[in-house]
Design a binder for this molecule. Sequence first.
Ligand code: THU
Length: 162
Amino acid sequence: MEKQLQHFEYLVYNDITGLDDQDVWMLKEAREVTKHAHAPYSRFQVGAVVKLKNGETVTGSNQENASFPVGLCAERVALAAVSSIHPGVEIDTIAVSYHNLNGDSSRPISPCGMCRQALAEYELKQSTPIRLILGGLSGKVYVVSKANDLLPLSFSSEDLGI
Ligand code: THU
């Protein structure tokens, strides 16, 4: 028996002012995109902005449904749009923000388990890291340099032998 230790590092900024101009723009845009959410059930509006290696950006917001499991998270809406509109173009960074109409929006959220799995798939496919910028409408901002750091021991196509 041996013990394995897995750890990851991420950056924590006290607020948006510590970020460089491009990252500030992305996070502000993600905050704007929360307005496009269709989230009448949770009243938790999420916005995602993806910056591609060719400089293009693509946005996504959560899209809920009266049949609750049909709902999609902002991150997966954005990732699917990237793959459809810009096939083969690598993702550089994703910024995620939210507006919680039930309460506070002043701390970062990080992607749900299903979105982490989706991010891991795209990261493996492009074989370069996908960076994440995570922040609310105000407050601290987290920067994660590799999406798959959020999903240790992840299941992937490698396990399928593909
Ligand atoms: N949601 C996202 O869009 N992204 C996240 O990272 C967390 C959760 C959505 C799903 C649902 O529409 C609402 O937020 C509440 O869970």
